[in-house]
Every structure is written in C-alpha cells, then in structure tokens.
Design a binder for this molecule. Structure first.
Ligand code: HEM
Ligand code: HEM
Length: 179
C-alpha cells in the first residue's frame, strides 16, 4: 500500500463534505417526492432528484480522480490493523455505491422516459424508453440507496464517533478542516 501524505488534503475534505451535504438533500428529496408509478409525470421534485443525482455522480468522479492521484493518508499510529482494513473496505464500498446508485437511477429515468436536465442541458438517455428487461433498475436503485448506502454510512459515522469519544485518537479530526 503506498501512502502519500500525513493527512487529507483540503480538496479531499471539501469533496467529502460536499458529497455528505448533497446526499442529505438527495435523500430528503427522494423521500418527499411522489411515489413513482408507471403514469407518474416527472414534476419539480422528481426533476430535482434527477438533477442532484447527476451532480452527485459528477462530484464522485472528481473525488475518485483526486483519490486515485493523491492516495490515502498514512493510518494513525496505534490504530489496530483490523480497523484500518475494515475502514478501507467500507470506504471502497461507499465509492462503488456513489457510482452504481446514480447510474442505476439514470438508467431507470431513461427507461421511464424522464428527461435528465442539468442547468438547462438535457443529458443523453442511457437506454431507450421501456427497453424490455430494464424495469428492475428502479427497485434496485431505491434498495441500494435506502439500505446499502444508509447502513454503510451508519457504520462509517459510528466508527468516526467511536474514534472521537472512545479511542480519542484523532481519526475523526483528520476529515475536519484545519488539520
Ligand atoms: C447518490 C445519488 C442518489 C440517491 C442517494 C438516490 C436515492 C433514491 C431513493 C432513496 C429513491 C427511492 C425513494 C423512495 O424511497 O420512495 C430513489 C428513487 C429514484 N431515483 Fe434516485 N437517487 C440518486 C440518484 C439518482 C439519479 C442520478 C437518478 C436519475 C438520473 C435517479 C432517479 C431515480 C428514479 C427514477 C427513482 C424512482 C425509482 C422507482 O421507484 O422505480 N436517482 N432514489
Ligand atoms: C457525518 C457523516 C460523516 C462523517 C463524520 C465522516 C467522517 C469521515 C472520516 C473521519 C474519514 C477519514 C477516515 C480516515 O482518516 O481514515 C472519512 C473518510 C471517508 N468517508 Fe466519510 N464521513 C461521513 C459521511 C460520509 C458519507 C455520506 C460518505 C459517502 C457516501 C463518506 C465517504 C467516505 C470515504 C469514501 C472516505 C475515504 C476517503 C479516502 O480515503 O479517499 N463519508 N469520513
């Protein structure tokens, strides 16, 4: 494993917290927007969900590119290897979900014939409307978002709080500004 620095760069921190903020808004919109059925028209909230989702995907691409070119910081002294390893697994699963979930949502929006519009520009359809065999993408998108992302984020946040309050080892502070 090659470690590149003692801490996260300010850019890595900004991208981390930007994704957190976007996801909070995105989940609220997803839960408040009307349930999507066969005859649902993409109204304001549904459109907003598609737009924010594409922004999450774009930020995730930038974030992964930053990560790939800057590496991860050296683990703090004294953190047990199993914690370093499990953190790494959770981080990579979260990165994977930040791609898979929006892409499935986008495929499903295309399948439903919903236009995906960002700042007035309409994005291409990933599949043709009602392509047979692709209806499952909406259910899997919602399941992965509501369960996989939220459970992993829950574990991730609990781990951060454990480091802060119980181990008091500075792991949480590494993702905060000014370190
Ligand atoms: C990380 C980003 C995203 C998250 C966390 C997210 C989250 C969710 C959640 C939680 C639901 C289910 C709502 C409910 O519980 O009733 C949902 C549904 C949906 N999302 Fe997303 N979404 C994201 C990105 C996107 C993107 C990029 C698109 C399309 C461009 C999209 C399109 C849809 C569609 C079409 C549905 C309805 C699926 C169905 O019920 O068949 N989402 N999303
Ligand atoms: C309040 C919520 C959150 C807190 C307190 C938090 C805290 C942290 C901390 C302290 C680290 C650095 C761990 C280390 O030094 O090894 C970290 C890394 C990371 N977090 Fe979070 N996080 C939160 C939410 C999220 C969310 C919502 C996501 C994505 C869905 C996420 C994805 C990641 C990833 C991928 C890394 C690894 C970064 C890298 O090494 O490239 N976090 N987080």
């Amino acid at each position: 494993m090659n470690y590149s620095a003692a801490g996260y760069t300010p850019t890595a921190k900004i991208l981390h917290w930007l994704i957190v903020a976007l996801l909070i808004i995105q989940f609220i919109v997803a839960w408040v927007m009307p349930e999507i059925r066969r005859d649902t028209k993409p109204d304001t909230l549904v459109n907003l969900h598609l737009t924010i989702g594409v922004i999450v995907l774009a930020v995730a691409i930038v974030r992964l590119a930053w990560r790939a070119t800057h590496g991860e910081p050296t683990p703090l002294d004294g953190v047990p290897p199993w914690q370093v390893a499990s953190a790494r697994i959770v981080h990579w699963l979260l990165y994977v979900l930040l791609f898979v979930v929006p892409i499935l949502g986008w495929i499903n929006a295309s399948w439903r014939g919903f236009p995906v519009i960002l700042f007035g520009v309409e994005f291409p359809k990933l599949i043709a409307t009602r392509t047979p065999g692709w209806g499952w993408t909406g259910d899997v998108h919602a399941l992965l978002a509501n369960y996989a992302i939220l459970i992993l984020v829950g574990l991730h946040v609990l781990a951060g709080l454990y480091h802060y309050f119980i181990r008091r080892d500075g792991v949480l502070q590494r993702m905060l500004p000014g370190r």
